[in-house]
Design a protein around this ligand. Structure first.
Ligand code: ZN
Length: 159
């Protein structure tokens, strides 16, 4: 089968792709598929499941000051995951895309000379400030202080 695959791909591969393919085939040569199940585990030997992964994510993380606020909120799961990614700086902001050489620059299209990182996206961009003001709120000076934001009556941030 490998010969058939190589015969099909050989003329289309770049030199680096050819080297990568040779490396992969070399790594695979000693591996034989088995009929045994492929067991995956989370930390502490817990068998992997989506429920276990969510429980692990949503458990109180003493190293992450935002974890309890995010996962105990009544926001939808999409909002919780967005917030979790935001505080871990894992969103595809222009700064992150530029660091991965996906974007040609990291600058905000609205603010021009500021790189779009998580803080800029959520707090400092002129568009973000407009949203904060439409909600009747003032953005905190630092993203780590977002949970201390003073909210109007009836709009409790910790609900
Ligand atoms: Zn901006």
């Amino acid at each position: 089968m490998h010969d058939g695959l190589l015969a099909t791909l050989r003329n289309r591969l770049t030199n680096s792709a050819f080297i990568e393919l040779a490396t992969v085939l070399s790594l695979l040569q000693d591996i034989a598929p088995t009929v045994h199940p492929d067991d995956r585990f989370l930390t502490h030997g817990v068998t992997f499941s989506a429920w276990c992964a969510y429980s692990l994510l949503s458990s109180a993380d003493k190293l992450d000051p935002h974890s309890d606020h995010i996962w105990s909120s009544k926001a939808t799961i999409k909002v919780k995951i967005f917030a979790w990614l935001l505080f871990r700086d894992r969103l595809n902001t222009k700064a992150n895309l530029h660091r991965k050489t996906i974007a040609s620059d990291s600058l905000c299209p609205w603010c021009a000379h500021h790189p779009v990182d998580a803080s800029h996206l959520a707090l400092f961009c002129i568009r973000a400030v407009q949203v904060w003001h439409l909600l009747g709120l003032h953005p905190p000076p630092d993203i780590d202080l977002i949970w201390t934001t003073v909210t109007p009556n009836g709009l409790d941030i910790n609900i």
